[in-house]
Write a protein that binds this ligand. Structure first.
Ligand SMILES: [Zn+2]
Length: 325
Protein backbone atom coordinates (compact mmCIF):
# COMPACT_ATOMS: atom_id res chain seq x y z
CA UNK A 1 0.00 0.00 0.00
CA UNK A 2 2.98 2.31 -0.05
CA UNK A 3 3.49 2.59 -3.78
CA UNK A 4 3.55 6.05 -5.34
CA UNK A 5 0.96 6.16 -8.07
CA UNK A 6 1.29 7.78 -11.43
CA UNK A 7 -1.12 9.29 -13.92
CA UNK A 8 -2.00 5.73 -14.95
CA UNK A 9 -3.66 5.29 -11.62
CA UNK A 10 -5.95 8.24 -12.39
CA UNK A 11 -7.09 6.74 -15.70
CA UNK A 12 -7.54 3.34 -14.12
CA UNK A 13 -9.73 4.72 -11.33
CA UNK A 14 -11.72 6.91 -13.68
CA UNK A 15 -12.34 3.97 -16.01
CA UNK A 16 -13.68 1.88 -13.13
CA UNK A 17 -15.97 4.77 -12.10
CA UNK A 18 -17.17 5.12 -15.69
CA UNK A 19 -18.03 1.44 -15.83
CA UNK A 20 -19.67 1.59 -12.39
CA UNK A 21 -21.78 4.54 -13.50
CA UNK A 22 -22.79 2.82 -16.75
CA UNK A 23 -23.86 -0.26 -14.79
CA UNK A 24 -25.77 1.85 -12.22
CA UNK A 25 -23.40 0.69 -9.51
CA UNK A 26 -21.79 3.81 -8.11
CA UNK A 27 -21.20 3.90 -4.37
CA UNK A 28 -22.93 6.54 -2.20
CA UNK A 29 -19.68 7.86 -0.85
CA UNK A 30 -16.11 7.94 -2.08
CA UNK A 31 -12.98 8.77 -0.17
CA UNK A 32 -10.63 10.30 -2.74
CA UNK A 33 -7.11 10.02 -1.37
CA UNK A 34 -4.69 12.35 -3.11
CA UNK A 35 -3.94 16.07 -3.31
CA UNK A 36 -7.21 17.84 -2.35
CA UNK A 37 -6.43 20.67 -4.77
CA UNK A 38 -4.62 18.49 -7.28
CA UNK A 39 -5.32 14.98 -8.51
CA UNK A 40 -8.07 14.25 -5.96
CA UNK A 41 -9.94 17.37 -7.06
CA UNK A 42 -9.44 16.52 -10.73
CA UNK A 43 -10.78 12.99 -10.28
CA UNK A 44 -13.79 14.33 -8.35
CA UNK A 45 -14.59 16.87 -11.06
CA UNK A 46 -14.30 14.19 -13.73
CA UNK A 47 -16.67 11.91 -11.82
CA UNK A 48 -19.18 14.75 -11.31
CA UNK A 49 -19.02 15.64 -15.00
CA UNK A 50 -19.77 12.02 -15.76
CA UNK A 51 -22.95 12.30 -13.65
CA UNK A 52 -24.23 15.58 -15.06
CA UNK A 53 -22.90 15.74 -18.63
CA UNK A 54 -25.48 16.01 -21.41
CA UNK A 55 -22.96 15.54 -24.23
CA UNK A 56 -21.68 12.46 -25.95
CA UNK A 57 -19.51 10.65 -25.14
CA UNK A 58 -19.85 11.41 -21.46
CA UNK A 59 -18.21 13.38 -20.03
CA UNK A 60 -17.68 15.67 -23.04
CA UNK A 61 -16.03 18.42 -21.00
CA UNK A 62 -17.69 21.05 -23.21
CA UNK A 63 -21.42 21.16 -22.51
CA UNK A 64 -22.95 23.68 -20.10
CA UNK A 65 -23.23 21.04 -17.38
CA UNK A 66 -19.57 20.04 -17.66
CA UNK A 67 -18.60 23.70 -17.52
CA UNK A 68 -20.71 24.34 -14.39
CA UNK A 69 -19.09 21.35 -12.69
CA UNK A 70 -15.62 22.61 -13.55
CA UNK A 71 -16.38 26.16 -12.35
CA UNK A 72 -17.96 24.86 -9.13
CA UNK A 73 -21.25 26.64 -9.86
CA UNK A 74 -23.44 23.62 -10.57
CA UNK A 75 -26.71 24.00 -8.63
CA UNK A 76 -26.82 20.30 -7.67
CA UNK A 77 -23.30 20.20 -6.22
CA UNK A 78 -22.41 21.63 -2.84
CA UNK A 79 -18.70 22.28 -2.31
CA UNK A 80 -17.53 22.53 1.28
CA UNK A 81 -14.05 23.69 2.21
CA UNK A 82 -12.37 24.51 5.52
CA UNK A 83 -13.00 28.02 6.81
CA UNK A 84 -10.16 30.33 5.97
CA UNK A 85 -9.58 31.44 9.56
CA UNK A 86 -9.94 28.28 11.61
CA UNK A 87 -8.90 25.93 8.76
CA UNK A 88 -11.69 23.62 9.94
CA UNK A 89 -14.98 22.39 8.52
CA UNK A 90 -17.47 23.18 11.26
CA UNK A 91 -20.71 21.49 12.19
CA UNK A 92 -23.00 24.23 10.82
CA UNK A 93 -21.77 23.53 7.28
CA UNK A 94 -22.72 19.87 7.68
CA UNK A 95 -25.94 20.33 9.66
CA UNK A 96 -27.31 23.48 8.00
CA UNK A 97 -25.99 23.15 4.44
CA UNK A 98 -24.96 19.65 3.43
CA UNK A 99 -27.61 17.50 5.11
CA UNK A 100 -30.66 19.59 4.06
CA UNK A 101 -29.24 20.02 0.57
CA UNK A 102 -28.81 16.29 -0.02
CA UNK A 103 -32.24 15.60 1.46
CA UNK A 104 -33.92 17.94 -1.08
CA UNK A 105 -34.66 16.78 -4.57
CA UNK A 106 -32.18 17.97 -7.16
CA UNK A 107 -32.77 20.95 -9.45
CA UNK A 108 -32.02 18.90 -12.52
CA UNK A 109 -34.16 15.94 -11.46
CA UNK A 110 -31.21 13.59 -11.19
CA UNK A 111 -28.18 13.40 -8.96
CA UNK A 112 -27.15 15.72 -6.19
CA UNK A 113 -23.68 15.75 -4.74
CA UNK A 114 -21.74 17.04 -1.78
CA UNK A 115 -17.97 17.45 -1.88
CA UNK A 116 -15.81 17.91 1.21
CA UNK A 117 -12.47 19.33 0.17
CA UNK A 118 -9.93 18.43 2.89
CA UNK A 119 -12.39 16.21 4.70
CA UNK A 120 -9.70 15.57 7.34
CA UNK A 121 -10.39 19.12 8.57
CA UNK A 122 -13.85 18.23 9.94
CA UNK A 123 -14.21 19.15 13.60
CA UNK A 124 -15.21 16.31 15.89
CA UNK A 125 -18.89 17.25 16.12
CA UNK A 126 -19.03 17.97 12.39
CA UNK A 127 -17.56 14.51 11.74
CA UNK A 128 -20.15 12.89 14.00
CA UNK A 129 -23.03 14.72 12.30
CA UNK A 130 -21.61 13.72 8.94
CA UNK A 131 -21.26 10.09 10.04
CA UNK A 132 -24.94 9.96 11.00
CA UNK A 133 -25.94 11.02 7.51
CA UNK A 134 -23.50 8.58 5.97
CA UNK A 135 -25.14 5.73 7.86
CA UNK A 136 -28.37 6.43 5.97
CA UNK A 137 -27.44 8.36 2.86
CA UNK A 138 -30.31 10.04 0.97
CA UNK A 139 -31.21 8.50 -2.39
CA UNK A 140 -29.57 9.65 -5.67
CA UNK A 141 -26.87 11.41 -3.74
CA UNK A 142 -23.14 11.20 -4.10
CA UNK A 143 -20.68 12.25 -1.42
CA UNK A 144 -17.02 12.83 -2.13
CA UNK A 145 -14.41 13.27 0.59
CA UNK A 146 -11.07 14.60 -0.58
CA UNK A 147 -8.04 14.18 1.62
CA UNK A 148 -4.33 13.57 1.63
CA UNK A 149 -4.35 12.42 5.25
CA UNK A 150 -7.08 9.77 5.62
CA UNK A 151 -5.58 8.76 8.97
CA UNK A 152 -7.05 11.99 10.38
CA UNK A 153 -10.62 10.92 9.58
CA UNK A 154 -12.83 8.89 11.88
CA UNK A 155 -12.31 5.22 11.00
CA UNK A 156 -16.09 4.83 11.10
CA UNK A 157 -16.34 7.36 8.27
CA UNK A 158 -13.52 5.77 6.27
CA UNK A 159 -15.08 2.33 6.56
CA UNK A 160 -18.33 3.57 5.01
CA UNK A 161 -16.68 5.05 1.94
CA UNK A 162 -15.39 3.41 -1.16
CA UNK A 163 -11.74 4.30 -1.45
CA UNK A 164 -10.13 5.86 -4.52
CA UNK A 165 -6.43 5.83 -3.85
CA UNK A 166 -4.44 8.29 -5.97
CA UNK A 167 -1.51 8.79 -3.64
CA UNK A 168 0.61 6.81 -1.30
CA UNK A 169 -1.05 6.77 2.07
CA UNK A 170 0.38 8.60 5.02
CA UNK A 171 3.20 10.08 3.04
CA UNK A 172 6.47 10.89 4.73
CA UNK A 173 6.03 8.64 7.71
CA UNK A 174 7.05 5.04 7.90
CA UNK A 175 4.62 2.81 9.73
CA UNK A 176 6.66 0.30 11.65
CA UNK A 177 3.46 -1.32 12.95
CA UNK A 178 2.03 -2.22 9.58
CA UNK A 179 4.01 -5.40 8.94
CA UNK A 180 3.42 -6.99 12.37
CA UNK A 181 -0.24 -5.94 12.21
CA UNK A 182 -0.67 -7.67 8.86
CA UNK A 183 0.69 -10.84 10.47
CA UNK A 184 -2.02 -10.60 13.13
CA UNK A 185 -4.75 -9.89 10.58
CA UNK A 186 -3.82 -12.86 8.44
CA UNK A 187 -4.60 -14.98 11.49
CA UNK A 188 -7.79 -13.07 12.24
CA UNK A 189 -9.93 -16.07 13.04
CA UNK A 190 -10.47 -16.13 16.78
CA UNK A 191 -12.14 -19.47 17.34
CA UNK A 192 -12.22 -19.30 21.13
CA UNK A 193 -11.53 -17.00 24.06
CA UNK A 194 -7.97 -18.30 24.39
CA UNK A 195 -7.20 -17.25 20.85
CA UNK A 196 -8.92 -13.89 21.49
CA UNK A 197 -6.54 -13.34 24.41
CA UNK A 198 -3.60 -14.28 22.26
CA UNK A 199 -4.64 -11.84 19.52
CA UNK A 200 -5.17 -9.06 22.08
CA UNK A 201 -1.71 -9.61 23.54
CA UNK A 202 -0.19 -9.54 20.05
CA UNK A 203 -1.85 -6.14 19.56
CA UNK A 204 -0.55 -5.02 22.94
CA UNK A 205 2.96 -6.06 21.91
CA UNK A 206 2.67 -3.96 18.75
CA UNK A 207 1.57 -0.93 20.77
CA UNK A 208 4.44 -1.45 23.25
CA UNK A 209 6.91 -1.51 20.38
CA UNK A 210 5.44 1.75 19.06
CA UNK A 211 5.76 3.37 22.47
CA UNK A 212 9.41 2.35 22.82
CA UNK A 213 10.19 3.60 19.32
CA UNK A 214 8.45 6.92 20.02
CA UNK A 215 10.41 7.36 23.27
CA UNK A 216 13.66 6.66 21.51
CA UNK A 217 12.77 9.08 18.73
CA UNK A 218 12.01 11.83 21.26
CA UNK A 219 15.28 11.22 23.09
CA UNK A 220 17.11 11.43 19.78
CA UNK A 221 15.36 14.67 18.86
CA UNK A 222 16.33 16.20 22.19
CA UNK A 223 19.95 15.31 21.64
CA UNK A 224 19.86 16.76 18.15
CA UNK A 225 18.26 19.99 19.32
CA UNK A 226 20.88 20.45 22.03
CA UNK A 227 18.54 23.06 23.41
CA UNK A 228 17.11 23.30 26.87
CA UNK A 229 15.89 19.91 27.92
CA UNK A 230 12.26 19.28 27.09
CA UNK A 231 10.25 19.05 30.26
CA UNK A 232 8.98 15.64 31.22
CA UNK A 233 5.32 16.51 30.57
CA UNK A 234 6.03 17.67 27.03
CA UNK A 235 8.13 14.60 26.35
CA UNK A 236 5.35 12.31 27.52
CA UNK A 237 2.67 14.22 25.64
CA UNK A 238 4.64 13.86 22.41
CA UNK A 239 5.15 10.14 22.93
CA UNK A 240 1.47 9.73 23.74
CA UNK A 241 0.46 11.55 20.56
CA UNK A 242 2.58 9.21 18.46
CA UNK A 243 1.15 6.15 20.18
CA UNK A 244 -2.42 7.39 19.73
CA UNK A 245 -1.82 8.14 16.05
CA UNK A 246 -0.47 4.65 15.53
CA UNK A 247 -3.31 3.09 17.49
CA UNK A 248 -5.85 4.94 15.32
CA UNK A 249 -4.06 3.63 12.23
CA UNK A 250 -4.18 0.10 13.60
CA UNK A 251 -7.91 0.31 14.35
CA UNK A 252 -8.51 1.66 10.85
CA UNK A 253 -6.61 -1.27 9.29
CA UNK A 254 -8.51 -3.77 11.39
CA UNK A 255 -11.79 -2.18 10.35
CA UNK A 256 -10.81 -2.21 6.67
CA UNK A 257 -9.69 -5.81 6.93
CA UNK A 258 -12.95 -6.99 8.47
CA UNK A 259 -14.89 -4.92 5.97
CA UNK A 260 -13.01 -6.77 3.22
CA UNK A 261 -13.93 -10.10 4.80
CA UNK A 262 -17.57 -9.00 5.12
CA UNK A 263 -17.70 -7.89 1.49
CA UNK A 264 -16.15 -11.19 0.41
CA UNK A 265 -18.79 -13.09 2.39
CA UNK A 266 -21.34 -11.04 0.44
CA UNK A 267 -19.77 -12.23 -2.81
CA UNK A 268 -17.95 -9.02 -3.82
CA UNK A 269 -14.89 -9.39 -6.00
CA UNK A 270 -11.28 -8.45 -5.16
CA UNK A 271 -11.65 -5.09 -6.97
CA UNK A 272 -13.88 -3.94 -4.08
CA UNK A 273 -11.27 -4.70 -1.42
CA UNK A 274 -8.97 -2.37 0.52
CA UNK A 275 -6.38 -5.14 0.59
CA UNK A 276 -6.57 -6.88 -2.77
CA UNK A 277 -3.00 -8.15 -2.26
CA UNK A 278 -4.21 -10.05 0.80
CA UNK A 279 -7.10 -11.60 -1.12
CA UNK A 280 -6.01 -15.16 -0.42
CA UNK A 281 -6.11 -14.70 3.37
CA UNK A 282 -9.32 -12.70 3.19
CA UNK A 283 -11.06 -15.35 1.08
CA UNK A 284 -9.92 -18.07 3.45
CA UNK A 285 -11.35 -16.18 6.45
CA UNK A 286 -14.58 -15.36 4.61
CA UNK A 287 -15.06 -19.00 3.66
CA UNK A 288 -15.48 -19.99 7.31
CA UNK A 289 -17.94 -17.23 8.21
CA UNK A 290 -21.64 -16.72 7.86
CA UNK A 291 -22.91 -13.22 7.10
CA UNK A 292 -24.23 -12.43 10.60
CA UNK A 293 -20.94 -13.26 12.25
CA UNK A 294 -18.90 -11.41 9.65
CA UNK A 295 -21.09 -8.36 10.28
CA UNK A 296 -20.71 -8.62 14.06
CA UNK A 297 -16.95 -8.93 13.69
CA UNK A 298 -16.92 -5.76 11.64
CA UNK A 299 -19.18 -3.96 14.13
CA UNK A 300 -16.92 -5.09 16.97
CA UNK A 301 -14.20 -2.84 15.55
CA UNK A 302 -16.55 0.15 15.65
CA UNK A 303 -17.19 -0.70 19.29
CA UNK A 304 -13.44 -1.04 19.84
CA UNK A 305 -12.95 2.44 18.39
CA UNK A 306 -15.57 3.91 20.75
CA UNK A 307 -14.15 2.09 23.77
CA UNK A 308 -10.65 3.39 23.08
CA UNK A 309 -12.05 6.92 22.76
CA UNK A 310 -13.60 6.41 26.20
CA UNK A 311 -10.22 5.32 27.58
CA UNK A 312 -11.05 1.66 28.09
CA UNK A 313 -7.61 -0.01 28.56
CA UNK A 314 -6.11 -1.04 25.22
CA UNK A 315 -5.74 -4.72 25.94
CA UNK A 316 -9.29 -5.13 27.25
CA UNK A 317 -10.78 -3.22 24.32
CA UNK A 318 -8.78 -5.23 21.78
CA UNK A 319 -9.76 -8.47 23.46
CA UNK A 320 -13.45 -7.57 23.00
CA UNK A 321 -12.82 -7.04 19.31
CA UNK A 322 -11.90 -10.73 19.05
CA UNK A 323 -14.53 -12.08 21.39
CA UNK A 324 -17.34 -12.13 18.86
CA UNK A 325 -19.83 -14.98 18.61
ZN1 LIG B 1 -20.54 17.44 -20.99
Amino acid sequence: MSAVYSADRFSELFESLRQGHAAGRLAHAYLVIGAPRGNALALSEALLQLLFCTGDPRPCGECAECRRVREHVHPDILWIEPESKSRRIKIDRIRDDLIPRLAQSSYGGGWKAGVLVQADRLTEDAANAFLKMLEEPPGSSLILLLTDTPQNLLPTIVSRCHRLLLAAEEPGRAEPWRAPLMEVLRKDLAADSLEALAQASRMKAILDTIRKAAEKEQEQEQEDERGPEVVKDVFEARVKTRVLEARAGIVRCLMEWRRDVLLTVLGMGPEELHYPDEGEFIRRQAAGLEYGRALRRFQAVEILHRQLERNVPDELAFENAWLVD
